[in-house]
Design a protein around this ligand. Structure first.
Ligand code: ARG
Length: 485
């Protein structure tokens, strides 16, 4: 057995010991040192320090406004909390594992700084509503930062798209060449995903932005608190209606992780394309030295590590979503210590998603360039124009299914003879169907194939330019928040 830790000495200048703070006089013994570590969240929840201070300032002021403490007491408490903020900025606020968590650490330091009046701060409040408040405040700020990163990423995609409206690339289904596309159209598909990500996060933010403060441990409090005052002071749009729900709800965190998972799905899809495009087999892009690495062994190698890491990190965010769903499943009302497990995954998901957005933005901005000659070769040398030949016959009265059959037969003979459609002489076309004329060769041009697709949402250059302008307008502004009820 490891020796029991000695109890912390009480500071003569009125410093409450951690143990005294924590569990009242009901407890006499000290925690087993390993259990103290096992139980503590201070190793990771110091991330919430600023929000804990903000929440405590709002709570202290509200207590004064409601006549629970005096205005002078509230000011001394607020001064003490601001001192802790300065200490943290100076790097001198470094609570150890004996503080258990950020909430106790702040309260203990406050009492050391301002004396007995600091012991009044926790009136009408529990760590259960406190931690929920901190986590929501923190996540709200992080969502706002992710919105900035998403916008920046989208704008980078848009700049690249704008430069490549006229660049034609092969479009794929089943990873088989299907029909040529404007490269901008391809990139704009990712812009659309990014726009949905922004909207989704804005919606999640509305459910994050609800105050649990004043729900106390689980049942509310007899202290005459004003929940709406603290909510307003902290910028929350609403308060939880049910105290049990307030202290045990983590739906907002699950929803955030789901939204972040989709951001990662989208990033990793583009990452996968970048990896394919950079391969010798595709060779549609070249990687610059800014974002590629070499091999320690093979001198010729240049690897798309950034894209591979983004693809790989996606799994972490999915994992955090799954982990939190599992924590929540079967959790009886109300607060259970299981909920302490909500933090590390959420923190990591926020960091990972933000880092991946930044990395992909840099990669698109200065880490790669498209190779127009290779792209032209790729679109010129296949049968991606076959549908257009069928459509050519349709325009001349041939039923689509018949036209489709005729062109399919021609593709087959071309493959046998190692010819492309553009190599087939006019007489052969006309033997296939008398409706074919000289202008069939114009239809076969990849640029023409792209230009012709003018249906709404299609890759026709005219449509792509319209879509580009719309997307630029959408990304010029912060995402439109839906009205908050
Ligand atoms: N560190 C705890 C957490 O992160 C704070 C809430 C503790 N509440 C309690 N009743 N033990 O969830």
């Amino acid at each position: 057995m490891a020796p029991r830790p000695t109890r912390l000495a009480t500071d003569p200048a009125n410093r409450a010991s951690a143990e005294q703070l924590r569990w009242s006089q009901r407890f006499e013994g000290a925690l087993h040192p390993f259990i103290a570590e096992f139980n503590a969240s201070i190793g990771f929840d110091l991330t919430l320090l600023q929000q804990d201070l903000d929440g405590s300032v709002a709570h202290g002021r509200m207590l004064a406004a409601c006549g629970v403490i005096t205005a002078a007491e509230a000011e001394r408490i607020v001064d003490g909390l601001e001192t802790i903020r300065r200490e943290a900025a100076a790097g001198t606020f470094c609570p150890g594992v004996d503080a258990e968590d950020v909430h106790f650490a702040v309260e203990r330091r406050l009492i050391a700084l301002v004396g007995d009046v600091g012991k009044k701060l926790h009136t009408g409040r529990s760590r259960n509503d406190q931690v929920g408040t901190d986590l929501r405040l923190w996540l709200r700020g992080e969502i706002d930062e992710l919105e900035v990163l998403l916008r920046c990423y989208g704008q980078t995609l848009l700049r690249l798209a704008e430069a490549h409206v006229e660049t034609v690339i092969p479009g794929y289904t089943h990873l088989q060449r299907a029909q040529p596309l404007s490269l901008a159209h391809h990139l704009l598909a990712y812009v659309e995903m990014t726009q949905r990500d922004r909207q989704r996060l804005a919606q999640v933010r509305q459910r994050v932005n609800v105050s649990p403060l004043g729900a106390a441990a689980l049942a509310g409090t007899p202290v005459p608190v004003d929940r709406r005052q603290t909510a307003a002071a902290l910028g929350f749009a609403d308060i939880y209606r049910n105290s049990l729900d307030a202290v045990s709800d983590r739906d907002f965190a699950v929803e955030f992780l789901a939204a972040a998972s989709l951001v990662m799905v989208h990033l990793s899809r583009l990452a996968e394309e970048v990896i394919l495009w950079a391969s010798q087999e595709f060779a549609f892009i070249s990687l610059t030295d800014r974002c590629a690495t070499g091999s320690s062994l093979m001198p010729q190698k240049k690897n798309p590590d950034v894209a591979e890491l983004v693809r790989g990190k996606t799994g972490r965010v999915f994992g955090h979503l799954q982990a939190l769903l599992t924590v929540m499943k079967g959790l009886p009302l109300a607060y259970n210590k299981d909920l302490q497990e909500d933090k590390e995954g959420l923190f990591d998901a926020v960091r990972t998603t933000g880092d991946c957005l930044k990395a992909m933005t840099i990669l698109l901005d200065e880490g790669l360039y498209f190779r127009p000659r290779r792209l032209a070769e790729a679109v010129g040398n296949d049968f991606a124009n076959a549908t257009d030949v069928a459509d050519y016959l349709v325009a001349r009265g041939v039923p689509f299914r018949q036209a489709y059959g005729l062109v399919g037969g021609l593709v087959k003979t071309c493959l046998q003879e190692d010819l492309l459609l553009r190599d087939v002489p006019l007489e052969r076309w006309q033997k296939l169907h008398p409706a074919f004329a000289e202008d069939v060769f114009t239809v076969l041009e990849p640029r023409q194939v792209v230009a012709a697709r003018l249906s709404e949402g299609g890759t026709g250059f005219v449509r792509v330019r319209e879509a580009l302008e719309q997307a630029k307008a959408a990304f010029a502004e912060p995402v439109v928040q839906e009205a908050e009820e």
